[in-house]
Design a protein around this ligand. Structure first.
Ligand SMILES: N[C@@H](CCC(=O)N[C@@H](CS)C(=O)NCC(=O)O)C(=O)O
Length: 342
């Protein structure tokens, strides 16, 4: 064997043992995003502006269902819910901004799609909200179903799945419509109010919230159809396995806690639980979370501070009349299911 081949062999062995030890120790590789987050001391989150899901309150502090997941991530990384900065940008701009590193994560109602995952290289955490696309119309049009909109002018936001789905819907049903694509959210809503468009189409989560912001909400209705499946999930850039796992398991923690009946109010009582799985989860048995290279109390802190999935949902979405629907736990006939914490 030549010296060169020998040294090359040693290098390969060393690389292989590095991979092996990472696998044995069970830690996913940290990548550029998590390194940047830790250096900066905050997580940069791109969000939308829909009441209930994400909107600044009268003091300018962001509130909402997705916002609480940003705070939960801040707890998982920093042990503090406020090491997080929320910024709104348009649906058109936010995915490129995520790609270029302007955001560490989008919690903005991004739909998981094959193109975004395969072609654009984004990674998605667990679905946080199972949604579908709706249509909001002025009541005086006398329309009761989507098919009645033959020939109508319909607004969609550029860069959204809604823009694509509405075209599919009309092609599929053999009807026609005039598309108007609008980037800016304010103009999107204004187009409906001014009569520039007959209807607008977006995720129904967005339409329910934005309808409350119209000058005369009662003059508008959301049609019964859902044109698509819109599983809304946290989106991150590819290339950072550990950041992805922190996102995955922080969401899972809120779902698993709900399944166990652990809430922000009773989590301290669960510290006395005899169940070994709950002891691992809450860090009573610290070895499990330590082996993940996480603070033993990370899941305890998340639940104590923001609560479980049901609490987050009820705090922000129940007041707007949202029913859990598909967003119930699997044990209650819904789609939410956390893999095991073990
Ligand atoms: N789910 C769709 C639409 C995403 C979207 O536009 N979401 C709404 C909120 S649910 C939004 O960000 N609107 C702009 C805003 O609220 O500022 C997609 O991923 O393309």
């Amino acid at each position: 064997m030549s010296t060169h081949g020998f040294i090359g062999g040693i290098a390969k062995l060393a690389a292989a043992s590095l991979v092996a030890s990472a696998l044995i120790s069970g830690t996913a590789f940290a990548g550029p995003t998590l390194d940047k987050i830790k250096q900066r001391g905050t997580i940069k989150v791109g969000v939308g502006t829909t009441p209930g899901f994400f909107s600044p309150d009268s003091n300018g502090r962001w509130q909402g269902f997705f916002i609480d997941y940003g705070r939960a991530l801040s707890i998982a990384v920093f042990g503090n819910p406020d090491k997080v900065e929320f910024t709104n940008s348009s649906p058109q701009q936010r995915l490129p901004a995520l790609q270029s590193g302007e955001y560490d994560i989008l919690l903005s109602g991004v739909t998981v799609t094959a193109t975004r995952a395969f072609k654009l290289g984004f990674h998605f955490g667990p679905t946080l909200f199972y949604d579908g696309q709706g249509i909001l119309v002025r009541k005086d049009l006398g329309v009761t179903k989507a098919a009645d909109l033959d020939g109508a002018t319909i607004g969609a936001q550029s860069g959204t799945t809604g823009e694509l789905n509405v075209a599919d819907f009309f092609r599929k049903t053999g009807k026609t419509f005039k598309p108007v694509t609008i980037e800016d959210t304010g103009q999107f809503i204004a187009a409906l109010e001014s009569g520039r468009v007959d209807a607008i189409t977006q995720d129904s989560s967005d339409l329910v919230g934005k309808r409350t912001q119209l000058k005369k909400p009662d003059d508008y209705i959301i049609l019964p159809e859902r044109l698509s499946k819109e599983p809304l999930a946290p989106a991150i850039a590819g290339g950072d396995d550990r950041w992805l796992e922190i996102v995955n398991w922080t969401v899972n923690a809120t779902i698993q806690a709900e399944e166990w009946g652990i809430t922000s109010a009773n989590v301290d009582q669960f510290l006395k639980s005899e169940d070994p799985a709950i002891q691992r989860f809450l860090g009573v048995d610290p070895a499990f979370n330590q082996a993940l290279d996480l603070d033993p109390k990370w899941a305890y802190n998340v639940i104590k501070t923001v609560g479980n999935y049901g609490e987050i949902f009820d705090r922000h979405l129940k007041p707007l009349g949202w029913d859990r629907g598909y967003n119930r736990l699997w044990t209650n006939g819904g789609l939410l299911y956390s893999p095991p914490f073990r």
